[in-house]
Design a protein around this ligand. Structure first.
Ligand SMILES: Nc1ncnc2c1ncn2[C@@H]1O[C@H](COP(=O)(O)OP(=O)(O)OP(=O)(O)O)[C@@H](O)[C@H]1O
Ligand SMILES: [Mg+2]
Length: 232
């Protein structure tokens, strides 16, 4: 575990900042300028395609729960200083569950777009769980603790295909540490999975499943593989 100073610092609790953000909004002041980001793409809409893979570049969220999520995250955004763009701070998370090809990743990228279109600034990152585990595997010359801390505190994380990687004690521990940090800091997280919640519990342990049950709204998809439906 890292020292508290390495944990994500949310802007929440700054009531003054919240008031400033509301005053600016009431005066129709729309702070502009993309957010500097050294660790991932930033998401005002004009910068969005750079961070979105070509497959999902045109993805538009149309699921009511996904659109509600973007509105809620936007409503919790706070300007760090007068006149600055409001930044994502805390917010709810989504657990998008469904069969392969149901459209989960499409909706997740659409959610990032919908959030960007509200005008808030947000540092965000998308990764599959399997890629993340590969990145975090302890190996020479890489500070995987630092990498875990960085992904844990990114203001918006898309964690795609949770539960698709082979289960192990190490996978369970890393997932617990990641989810627990985001749970504690109430950082918005978009999770997709093919697994039912009971299978997630079996795969990743009850600590992860319990936190996900509280921190996420579950979004169910119709059991249709859109990839196959397309060619049929
Ligand atoms: N609402 C939509 N409108 C148009 N195309 C869509 C929509 N939803 C999904 N698609 C397309 O359907 C295909 C499958 O979608 P997607 O990759 O999001 O599925 P998934 O649920 O993430 O699947 P997997 O579990 O295998 O990762 C993609 O080509 C995607 O672009
Ligand atoms: Mg997917």
């Amino acid at each position: 575990m890292r020292t508290p100073s390495r944990e994500p610092q949310t802007l929440g609790g700054a009531g003054t900042l919240d008031r400033i953000a509301r005053i600016l909004a009431a005066r129709g002041i729309d702070p502009t300028g993309p957010v500097a980001d050294e660790s991932g793409p930033s998401a005002p809409s004009e910068a969005l395609p750079a961070g979105v893979p070509p497959r999902y570049r045109d993805a538009v969220a149309d699921h009511p729960q996904v659109l509600a999520w973007a509105r809620e995250v936007d409503s919790q955004a706070v300007a760090p200083s007068a006149g600055a763009r409001r930044q994502v701070t805390t917010g709810p998370s989504l657990l998008m569950a469904g069969v392969t090809g149901a459209g989960k990743t499409h909706q997740a990228y659409g959610a990032v777009r919908a959030l960007a279109e509200t005008g808030v600034g947000v540092r965000w990152r998308a990764t599959t769980a399997a890629d993340l585990y590969a990145e975090l595997r302890p190996r020479a010359g890489v500070d995987s603790e630092q990498q875990l801390a960085a992904v844990a505190r990114i203001p918006l994380l898309m964690l795609d295909d949770l539960g698709a990687a082979k289960a192990s004690e190490w996978v369970e521990e890393v997932t617990y540490r990641l989810v627990n940090r985001r749970y504690n800091h109430m950082l918005p997280t978009l999770i997709t999975t093919n697994l039912a919640i009971r299978d997630l519990r079996t795969h990743l342990g009850d600590r992860v499943a319990s936190r996900l049950a509280q921190m996420t709204t579950r979004v169910e998809f119709a059991p249709v593989d859109r990839r196959r439906a397309r060619v049929a």
